[in-house]
Design a protein around this ligand. Structure first.
Ligand SMILES: [Zn+2]
Length: 213
């Protein structure tokens, strides 16, 4: 096995000071595909062009990672369940330049690939801008993710988002799971990013719960 391959990588920040408090991430300067972790920024880019309102959309069977489909979703549900169909539809309605500009406002130089620290700081910035138009529904969705959505294995009341992205390790797995957690939900003090090799984002959330307890 590649000595740089570890099953669980993580990066933790103290939100108030912005300092890194825990780090176990080989090749930390290497951008990785961020996959579903881009969804909040896709949503915000969409909102900017659509009077800051989000649609209700239907995820039908066999369109999404959940074979039976997610049914009708609000933005909050779509974030909580990480519905691919919902965000694919939003993504098709925004110009790439708008997505790039929005992502850059949160420190993401590229909305598809970023270093672990860029990703984590982008979510801290998202929370810091909670009062800006369009942001609150996303944070509500992240809280719902930790309670009954894709991050429920976290077993903590937090703001969370999971994701799966193409594996960047050797040997290659079908995908790597990610979880971003801002904890506790009411007034987050700690931000944590976990990457788990070859497992879905739900498992990354469970690891995050262990790291935060
Ligand atoms: Zn779906």
């Amino acid at each position: 096995m590649n000595p740089l391959l570890i099953a669980v990588a993580f990066l933790q920040l103290d939100i108030e000071s912005g300092t890194v408090t825990k780090r176990n991430w080989p090749q930390q300067a290497e951008p990785v595909p961020i996959g579903s972790l881009a969804k909040p920024f896709i949503a915000l880019a969409y909102a900017e062009g659509h009077h800051y309102t989000y649609p209700r959309l239907t995820c039908k069977p066999n369109q999404c990672w959940l074979p039976r489909g997610h049914g009708e979703l609000s933005i909050e549900d779509a974030i909580a369940q990480s519905c691919n169909t919902y965000f694919d539809i939003l993504r098709k309605q925004i110009r790439t330049e708008l997505l790039e500009t929005t992502a850059r406002r949160f420190g993401l130089q590229n909305p598809d690939r970023a270093t672990p620290e860029e990703i984590l700081r982008a979510y801290v910035e998202l929370h810091r801008r909670a009062a800006e138009p369009g942001v609150q529904p996303i944070l509500t969705g992240m809280r719902r993710a930790s309670r009954q959505g894709t991050a429920k294995l976290l077993k903590l009341d937090a703001l969370a988002k999971t994701g799966t992205a193409p594996c960047t390790h050797t040997p290659k797995a079908p995908g790597d799971g990610f979880a971003i957690v801002l904890h506790p939900a009411s007034a987050p003090k700690t931000a944590l990013l976990v990457q788990i090799h070859g497992r879905p984002g739900a498992h990354a959330a469970r690891e995050a719960g262990t790291l935060l307890r």
